[in-house]
Design a protein around this ligand. Structure first.
Ligand SMILES: Nc1ncnc2c1ncn2[C@@H]1O[C@H](COP(=O)(O)OP(=O)(O)OP(=O)(O)O)[C@@H](O)[C@H]1O
Length: 624
């Protein structure tokens, strides 16, 4: 028998709670404690058994899914019917592309700022203009404008011809004629009216501003706006009377008033005339190049503090950010000399302090009463540029919508590329490089992660994180004199002779005289070309050759371009994309020839460029 050791009760205290807890959770570990445990534990709680759940009522499956609303039709987006008719009549556009449908839906359904990137020639700029004109119509500006005109008696020559007008419809016809008369009269009399006085509506300030990087693009926007507004006005006038019984006046008979839109640009325009019109008439839509808008004297300057929409077309060119690994000196230069578009956007968005310190001569605009909605677009928007707009500058209202229409590649699939290397003895095809070891490091092209949302904390190498950022990228071929060898003219002539084209564009370096190039082409090769101007005549049956500078390539929509010839290595990969993008627009096919003078590192640079773009140039069959 074991001796019974008596333990003072106080020594049992420390283990007692532990024992109770263990018993409660695990059960008695040692059999001899079982009885004791049974005494210590309260009566075990036995959970009553749950009654089985009644089976869930099964939902009846819908037999057929409701059809998704169509994105890309004018009807589903409720575009103003007058505008739909005007677009169909003037541009033969009856359906929106998928990208345009998405874009317009975002613009209508959401209120955030928008950054749009898509291939060249997908109708980005056109869709934005359609949106603005739709807003002009839905706000009733155009309608009020037409109503405010007064009646007169003359101007019979502008009347619509109604050859066999039946007697009973004469009254209606007269009403229509009156409406046209008073409209034309008011225009002939005085176009210098303020929009407020003209009943156009609200205020002595524009509602929308489109900034375009060059004169050609500004004029292109103006031409589109003019055609659309003219057609809209004709259809609105016709709606007043019985449109079915009357003939519309011929297109181009109604002059679009300066209260509707104005365009400011350098080069060929009389700056005083532009300023005079602007001083007395405020347009609803102002289209301008930043340089010209900045030059407008204070007395004529429009108030931009109540803008509702600000469009930066070809935004990367407008801002000209420094390259991803630009030297510090270049960045500093750019910071000291901000681009006009940057200054203006700063002012319009109410971020004046820093800009006016940087550029004391910047136009003094009043503090914005309301912040406009910012819409920017380009085919070559990269992550750095988005960061610059949304974070470094803070121009957008929080997270801007980023609409990316570039599913794959930088070049539309409908383009066929050839690259020829020229020297004074021979012409040969470029042999493509297999792949670039690290293309992202080399270029400023959009990268695959560009679609990812931007994070406010992240720092990006190309933007000078502290402040504004973008210096110009003068890595063009410096200031050296550009000289094209004979091989270039010969190659251009050969391609022109062997290809069947409608309009063939020849892009040359900006510093090289277009006229000198045209003359040499004519003298040495007997090929007739002409310089590109916005009012150049359309192509005849035998086609036309237009010569233009590299910088002009941005955003231009020249009808019927089937071939693009790029002479010499371009100043940047982006520039190549935009030059090549003048053909193969809206899903059409096109051919792009790069004609490179074979010297130094040209071949290597060309191979790198094509590898970065993911393009394999096809060997041109007429050349070795
Ligand atoms: N839905 C459409 N269907 C057919 N043609 C269209 C349509 N929308 C626009 N277009 C035509 O496309 C041209 C406009 O292209 P736009 O300049 O807007 O393209 P983009 O994408 O801005 O090109 P880029 O990037 O080169 O500036 C116009 O000639 C217009 O008539």
């Amino acid at each position: 028998m074991l001796p019974l050791v008596r333990v003072p009760w106080s020594r049992t205290l420390p283990w007692r709670p532990t024992l109770v807890r263990n018993l409660a959770t695990r059960g008695p570990p040692i059999p001899k404690f079982r009885d004791r445990a049974a005494k210590l534990l309260p009566t075990p709680f036995i959970r009553p058994e749950r009654p089985p759940r009644p089976p869930r009522p099964t939902r009846a499956k819908p037999t057929a899914r409701a059809p998704e609303p169509e994105v890309n039709t004018f009807a589903s987006l409720h575009i103003h019917p007058v505008l739909v008719r005007a677009v169909a009549e003037t541009f033969a556009v009856r359906e929106l592309t998928e990208l345009q449908g998405h874009l317009l839906r975002k613009l209508f359904d959401q209120s955030e700022d928008l950054v749009l990137r898509a291939h060249t020639g997908t109708g980005k700029s056109f869709a934005i203009l359609l949106y603005l004109i739709h807003m002009l119509l839905t706000q009733g500006h155009l309608q009020r404008h037409l109503k405010s005109l007064r009646a007169t008696e003359d101007e019979p020559e502008i009347l619509p011809t109604v050859p066999s007008q039946p007697a009973e419809s004469r009254a209606l016809g007269d009403a229509f004629v009156d409406a046209l008369n008073l409209y034309q009269e008011a225009q002939a009399k005085d176009t210098h009216k303020s929009s407020a006085a003209n009943g156009l509506g609200n205020l002595p300030h524009p509602s929308a501003l489109i900034l375009a990087p060059n004169t050609e693009l500004a004029l292109q926007f103006a031409a589109w706006a003019d055609r659309l507004l003219e057609a809209c006005q004709r259809h609105l006038l016709a709606e007043r009377v019985d449109a079915d019984r009357l003939k519309l006046p011929a297109p181009g008979r109604i002059v679009t008033d300066a209260t509707l839109y104005q365009v400011l640009y350098r080069g060929g325009a009389d700056p005083e005339a532009q300023a005079r019109v602007l001083a007395t008439t405020t347009p609803w839509l102002l289209i301008a190049t930043p340089q010209r808008l900045q030059e407008i004297p204070a007395t004529a300057r429009p108030r931009l503090d109540r803008l509702r929409w600000l469009v930066l077309d070809e935004v990367d060119h407008l801002l000209s950010l420094p390259r991803r690994f630009a030297p510090v000196r270049q960045r500093n230069i750019r910071r000291k000399h901000p681009k006009g578009a940057e200054l203006l956007t700063d002012l319009i968005m109410g971020r004046t302090a820093r800009s006016s310190r940087v550029a004391p001569n910047a136009p003094a605009l009043p503090a914005p009463v309301q912040r406009p909605r910012l819409l920017v677009n380009s085919a070559t928007i990269n992550r750095d540029l988005r960061y610059f707009i949304t974070h470094a500058k803070g121009w957008t209202n929080g997270a801007a919508i980023f609409l990316d229409g570039q599913a794959s590649g930088f070049s539309p699939a409908t383009l066929r590329h050839h690259c020829l290397l020229l020297n004074h003895e021979s012409i040969r095809n470029l042999k493509p490089k297999a792949s670039d070891p690290n293309p992202e490091v080399m270029s400023d092209l959009p990268t695959p992660d560009d679609t990812a949302p931007l994070n406010a904390e992240e720092t990006l190498p190309s933007v000078d994180g502290s402040e504004d950022g973008p210096p110009v990228t003068p890595r063009v071929r410096g200031r050296r004199v550009i000289e094209y060898g004979e091989g270039v003219y010969e190659a251009v002539a050969e391609v022109c002779r062997h290809e069947t084209y409608d309009t063939l564009l020849v892009f040359i370096h900006n510093d090289f005289s277009t006229q000198a190039f045209i003359d040499r082409l004519a003298i040495e090769e007997g090929v007739r070309a002409q310089a590109f101007t916005p009012d150049v005549a359309p192509a005849g049956p035998e086609g036309r050759i237009l010569v233009l500078g590299e910088r002009t390539a941005r955003g231009l929509d020249i009808p019927g371009v089937t071939h693009v010839l790029i002479v010499d290595i371009p100043s940047s990969v982006q520039s190549f994309i935009h030059m090549a993008g003048r053909t193969g627009r809206m899903g059409r096919s096109g051919k792009v020839f790069a004609l490179l003078q074979d010297r130094g590192s040209t071949e290597n640079r060309a191979q790198t460029m094509y590898a970065q773009l993911g393009i394999t140039p096809q060997p041109y069959e007429l050349v070795e």
